[in-house]
Design a binder for this molecule. Structure first.
Ligand code: GTP
Ligand code: ZN
Length: 197
């Protein structure tokens, strides 16, 4: 189990205070008095996944009722932070996995997504980290994820395209010797097709 890296809130608050001094014409005004501390506390929440392994969240694994029939979880909301602009990107995730010897507690998949999302991210890496967490911990025959999101750095600034959607996918086959043949029954395309509807 990895230990979460707690952000240094006093140091972050100090830095935010400096930023405020340079971006506001009157950074001493009442409305901003507590802003550095508030933002530091908020960053503690938004970046609570730093130093944690998303796979550790998948700690309810069951060995009964396992059949190799695909399990699909869809429309799990997530919020993450773009590492280029420190602005949110947010949307919904879908995941399909084909059980082998285990099924996962479904809420644990959403927890793994949250841990991976609560750090500075790009959407592609977030998608891959979720697929890898399920592959590593549940050891299914195959798993695929699809994330659909809007990036505020593309909506409220820069190219200014509000309402756009970015779709990223990650598919993983279990290549362990005992599962390779069964996993081969599913192609990446099969899995991604299941997530497209
Ligand atoms: N692939 C990928 N790109 C991202 C993600 N989030 C933001 N970006 C992009 O990262 C790029 C950074 O480009 P730069 O040219 O360095 O930054 P910029 O001048 O602010 O770019 P613009 O956003 O085009 O104004 C932009 O094209 C963003 O759209 C992400 O999750 N995945
Ligand atoms: Zn960005």
């Amino acid at each position: 189990m990895t230990t979460a890296a707690k952000i240094n809130q006093p140091a972050v608050a100090l830095a935010i205070g400096t930023v405020l001094k340079y971006i506001d014409e009157d950074s001493e005004r009442e409305g901003l008095w507590n802003t550095p501390d508030r933002v530091a506390e908020m960053y503690g929440e938004l970046f609570a996944g730093v130093g944690r392994d998303p796979a550790d969240e998948i700690d309810a694994i069951f060995s009964e009722d396992v059949t190799p029939d695909p399990v699909i979880v869809r429309d799990i909301p997530f919020y993450s932070m773009c590492e280029h602009h420190l602005l949110p990107f947010f949307g919904h995730a879908r995941l399909v996995y084909v059980p082998h010897r285990h099924i996962a507690g479904i809420s644990k998949i959403a927890r793994a997504l949250d841990v991976a999302a609560r750090r500075l991210q790009v959407q592609e890496r977030l998608t891959a980290q979720l697929a890898d967490a399920v592959l590593g911990r549940v050891q299914p025959l195959a798993v695929a994820c699809r994330l659909e999101a809007e990036h505020l750095c593309m909506s409220m600034r820069g190219v200014r395209k509000p309402g756009h959607r970015v779709i990223t996918t990650a598919a993983r086959m279990n290549t362990a010797a005992e599962t390779a043949d069964c996993a081969a029954a599913y192609s990446r395309r099969d899995l991604l097709d299941m997530l497209a509807v």
